[in-house]
Design a protein around this ligand. Structure first.
Ligand SMILES: *[C@@H]1O[C@H](CO)[C@@H](O)[C@H](O)[C@H]1NC(C)=O
Length: 391
């Protein structure tokens, strides 16, 4: 029994040893296989990682490229914008050259005649009252303040005093105006409700009135062109006089309601007007604000055709042109009573783009601002000045 048992143990242990060995072999093979696979994975992972890295680098490079492209595109767009602007300006210029033909006359004989007439009338030397020698070099800024009233009208400050009072003349033939204490009072009021109503004894005609030292100067509506001087503090007519010119015409072809455009500047009061005698051009007169007498008259080379408004700065009249289909307003003809500025040294000055028309432009010598009425909008333009003799 013991022997049999011993045999079994020996066999079993032999068997066990053999089985163990086989198991060990098997395990080793599996381990090797796993190691192989691990190393394969490892290899693959590191390949993936490096591929991923490469891909990332490529993406970064492409993104950089895209950024650069975007910049290039943007600068191209900018350049296109600049070119568009230039083309537009050139078109404006060409249109201006071909449209209004300012200061150019076709008929030579007519020119000669007019030059002679002009020389006669213009030969008296103008003696300046101030040492003002500014001329406009550009329009620096525009501010749209408000919209009250209809398409045509006029608004102004008292141009001869520092009171700061503002006056609104709605329409081309009314007899009631509004007074405000300041521009701020005007802009902060609802419509014209915050203003003081001032009733005139007669209607005004056109848009050529001026407020100067607490007096309103206006042209009375009617057949005869009568200048009225109205005391705004007392509410009374202070004086009136018939304007001493025969056969008057509307002074600006684009605003035919205005026959006489009164203007204030550093030198005092002016009248811009037109007559049949020199029907193509704008005429200028110096007006005595005390007596309403005309002190001196000039023919200007500035055409009435396509003119919309004008104003005087330092004894130089600036005529503003537009077209029947409203385009860009521009100062395209100047005339200086002291002969220091000619059309050649005055650049064409464009107003900021609005494609509207000005029914009036009033210069404020104390502020160097233009008070403009454009289709019911009250606008201020800030002028950039330079000395008349600077080139
Ligand atoms: C201004 O005049 C227009 C007509 O020209 C009129 O319709 C409008 O009511 C007037 N506005 C004011 C504030 O007087």
């Amino acid at each position: 029994m013991m022997r049999v048992l011993h045999f079994i143990v020996v066999v079993l242990s032999g068997l066990a040893a053999a089985q163990q060995q086989a198991l060990m072999d098997y395990l080793e093979r599996r381990l090797l296989a796993i190691e192989d696979r691990i190393s394969l994975w490892h290899e693959q992972t590191s390949r993936y990682a490096s591929e991923l890295r490469e891909f990332k680098q490529q993406m970064v490079a492409q993104l950089d490229g895209l950024d650069k492209n975007k910049e290039a595109l943007r600068s191209e767009l900018d350049a296109v914008g600049v070119r568009m602007d230039r083309v537009e300006r050139e078109m404006d210029y060409l249109e201006a050259q071909n449209g209004a033909q300012p200061c150019v006359d076709v008929d030579d004989k007519l020119v000669e005649q007019q030059v002679t007439v002009a020389k006669e009338r213009n030969k008296a030397k103008y003696s300046k009252l101030t040492d003002c020698s500014d001329m406009i070099s550009s329009i620096k800024a525009m501010k749209i303040l408000k919209r009250v009233g209809g398409s045509k009208g006029m608004w102004t400050k008292d141009m001869g005093s520092s009171s700061g009072k503002i006056y609104i003349f709605n329409g081309t033939g009314e007899d009631m105006l509004y007074e405000f204490g300041s521009v701020r009072d005007f802009t902060s009021s609802q419509g014209t409700s915050g203003g003081t109503r001032i009733q005139l004894p007669s209607s005004w005609g056109g848009m050529g009135h001026v407020v100067y030292n607490n007096h309103l100067y206006y042209v009375k509506d009617g057949e005869e062109l009568r200048l009225m001087k109205f005391d705004l503090l007392k509410g009374l007519v202070a004086d009136s006089a018939v304007f001493p010119a025969k056969d008057q015409l509307p002074v600006y072809s684009l605003n035919p309601e205005t026959y006489i455009d009164l203007a204030a500047d550093e030198e005092g009061l002016w009248a811009i007007y037109a007559t049949k005698e020199n029907e193509k051009h704008v005429l200028l007169a110096k007006v005595d604000p005390q007596t309403l007498a005309i002190e001196q008259m000039w023919d200007t080379p500035c055409p009435r055709e396509n003119a919309e408004a004008a104003f005087v700065v330092c004894g130089t009249v600036y005529v503003v042109y537009n077209s029947r289909l409203p385009s860009r307003s521009r100062i395209q003809c100047v005339f200086d009573v002291s002969d220091m500025v000619t059309n050649d040294d005055a650049p064409i000055v464009y107003f900021p783009k609005r494609y509207g028309t000005h029914s009036s432009l009033k210069y404020s010598p104390l502020e160097q601002l233009l008070y403009a009425w454009d289709d019911g909008y009250q606008i201020l333009y800030k002028l950039q000045m330079k000395k008349k003799l600077e080139v």
